[in-house]
Design a binder for this molecule. Structure first.
Ligand code: UDP
Length: 151
């Protein structure tokens, strides 16, 4: 089992899509291990988007990510990091495949609905960045056999 971080971005909250997006992950069969609403600071966003520090849009994405609170989620499942990235789709909503979250709900490269960790290393760092240990819950859903059979 892997755990991964998803952030429902301010555009998702503003557009009233919280339930829609959470249900995408839920109905896929991922297990919700943590969830909270939080208002991201410039400090945490500078750390989170440090890989984009030299880009001209660095300040713009930080501003966009702090116009209102976001919802941070921890989703768990077999290969959850890859599965969630596949569900999210390509960064630019206009290029993302229909059927993916960004492909179905976004017309923008910036306002692209969700953030999703892109590797096991990043997921571990990002979950620590946004959650305290006691905000992540370890439990098993009782439909695991139906979800994974003998995988
Ligand atoms: N972004 C942007 N312009 C770009 C590339 C990225 O505004 O040309 C924003 C977009 O919101 C994206 C975030 O910066 O989700 C982080 O970019 P990254 O390359 O890490 O893409 P992701 O992993 O989110 O698909």
């Amino acid at each position: 089992m892997e755990k991964t971080l998803v952030i429902l971005k301010p555009c998702t909250i503003q557009r009233g899509l919280i339930g829609e997006i959470i249900s995408r992950f839920e109905r896929k069969g991922l297990c919700l291990a943590g969830m909270k609403m939080t208002w991201l600071t410039d400090e945490i966003l500078s750390e989170h988007y440090a890989h984009l520090k030299e880009k001209p849009f660095f300040q713009r994405i930080k501003d966009a990510m702090s116009v209102c609170p976001v919802i941070v989620c921890c989703w768990e499942g077999v290969d959850a990091i890859h599965v969630v990235r596949q569900l999210a789709g390509a960064t630019n909503g206009r290029n993302a495949q229909p059927g993916t979250i960004r492909g179905d709900y976004s017309m923008s490269v910036q306002e692209n609905i969700v953030h999703a960790s892109d590797s096991p290393e990043t997921a571990a760092i990002e979950l620590k960045r946004f959650f305290n240990d006691d905000e992540i819950f370890n439990y098993k859903m009782n439909n695991l056999l139906a979800l994974y059979a003998n995988d």
